[in-house]
Design a protein around this ligand. Structure first.
Ligand code: THU
Length: 129
């Protein structure tokens, strides 16, 4: 799976965004070590606080189906330009795959990627029991 293909899957996922409050649509597609891809969109809520970001939707779908080793995640939004993951999503990604690559597409169509450790240096971690 190329980065461009993963971006396309995130664009596809963005179509399902449930964002009646912000009107900001986000799609994500996460590539597992197995080659499986899970996608997700943002799902807003009238309380605002119960809103789930697209990245976490994709991660939680994957983990809840037995896939928790991630290679890359592509993120797209209706805002155009690079859509970096929010802090909470960075922390959630770090829980499973601190080495994951975050793949983004700029407004002019150029695809670039960042390692999660670039985006979340010195993230919080606990020893697993
Ligand atoms: N959002 C995401 O889906 N991912 C992010 O990393 C940042 C924000 C969503 C949440 C909300 O539905 C909308 O974008 C505006 O914040």
């Amino acid at each position: 799976m190329t980065d461009a293909e993963l971006i396309e899957l995130s664009e596809e996922a963005m179509k399902y965004a449930y964002s009646p409050y912000s009107r900001f649509e986000v799609g994500a597609a996460i590539l597992c070590e197995s080659g499986k891809v899970y996608s997700g969109c943002n799902v807003e809520n009238a309380t605002f606080g119960a809103t789930n970001c697209a990245e976490r939707t994709a991660v939680f779908k994957a983990v809840s189906e037995g896939s928790a080793d991630f290679e890359a995640i592509a993120i797209t939004s209706s805002g155009g330009g690079l859509t970096f993951p929010c802090g909470i999503c960075r922390q959630v990604l770090a829980e499973f795959s601190p080495q994951i690559r975050v793949v983004l597409k700029s407004e002019d169509g150029e695809i670039s990627s960042f390692t999660l450790s670039e985006l979340l240096p010195h993230g919080f971690a606990l020893d697993k029991q």
